[in-house]
Design a protein around this ligand. Structure first.
Ligand code: ZN
Length: 297
């Protein structure tokens, strides 16, 4: 192996795929489920690279034509539908995407599709994709990635793989020592993607400020919390900025709550609400209502 994937933890899932791919068992569609920032997309990319590598081993060789294209991010047989600005993936986008996937591979024998935030698929788009899933084509492998529920009809047609939080030890080993290791682990709360971001001192400081802000506000009374919501979200730019901020702060609040869950009165209830809140956000509920739900429901 000539290069390393920044994949941290998930050893059991890695072992599963090593055995499955090693014995030629490749499903036509996988659904990767689990919290954000824990490495689901990184994992899917690693598997895509493995399936496309010309060496046909269970670890990409890193030097063949296919691996070289993959490393440079220009592999013609990989189609990514990344999370971005749009809240929904339309039927037109999915139709176009399916056409790409069904075109004959250019470099190898397969095409790989990776769809981030698969819950963005509209019902129509999901149905169009389902057709592709129902007629498995030997040359297409799909990875659907989600941190919330997807339609049951989609889930039932995929091989479901559940990703959990990663141990602090596994994260520490990879991220290396920083001058603020304990705080880093508390803030990352089992999410290697966040730990890698916060290993940068400036990013860490910004996050630390938000962490302390939420730690403070969660302990305040209702009127103070109401004021905080109005100040934070009342005059903030456009809808997409408010949603991005809410998404980030919900993740931060979860880290705050997990830090001292057993000793915080009502901590478990709060935590459950933050999980529902993430789903409301995906369903386009207004951020201010979401925060009112978290604090006052
Ligand atoms: Zn290779």
């Amino acid at each position: 192996m000539n290069y390393h994937w920044p994949l941290i933890g998930h050893d059991n899932i890695r072992t599963y795929f090593t055995h499955a791919f090693g014995s030629g068992r490749v499903h036509h569609a996988y659904l990767f489920e689990g919290p954000e920032h824990i490495g689901k997309t990184t994992f899917a990319r690693m598997l895509a690279n493995t399936l496309l590598c010309e060496s046909e081993t269970t670890i990409p060789c890193g030097s063949c034509r296919s691996c070289t294209a993959f490393i440079h991010g220009v592999h013609p047989d990989v189609a990514m539908l990344l999370k971005g600005e749009e809240d929904h993936v339309s039927i037109e986008q999915v139709r176009e995407y399916i056409i790409t996937l069904r075109t004959r591979p250019l470099l190898g024998i397969r095409r790989i599709g990776i769809i981030e935030e698969a819950s963005r698929l509209t019902l129509e788009a999901a149905n169009a994709l389902l057709k592709t899933l129902e007629e498995p084509s030997a040359s297409v492998v799909l990875f659907l990635i989600t941190h919330t529920d997807v339609l049951p009809t989609i889930a039932s047609r995929c091989q479901r793989i559940k990703f959990g939080f990663v141990s602090d030890r596994a994260i520490s080993l990879r991220v290396g020592a920083t001058g603020y290791q304990d705080e880093l682990m508390a803030y990352a709360a089992g999410r290697p993607g966040l730990a890698l971001q916060y290993a940068d001192p400036q990013m860490f400081q910004e996050y630390a400020d938000e962490f302390h802000e939420l730690e403070h506000i969660v302990a305040q009374n209702e009127s103070k919390q109401m004021l905080w919501i109005a100040e934070r979200f009342g005059s903030l730019g456009n809808a997409s900025e408010r949603r991005d901020l809410t998404r980030r702060l919900i993740t931060t609040l979860q880290a705050v709550l997990r830090k001292d869950l057993p000793t915080r009165p009502g901590g478990g209830t709060y935590l459950k609400r933050t999980i529902h809140a993430g789903q409301y956000l995906n369903a386009n509920v207004d951020p201010r209502s979401i925060w009112e739900y978290i604090f006052f429901e």
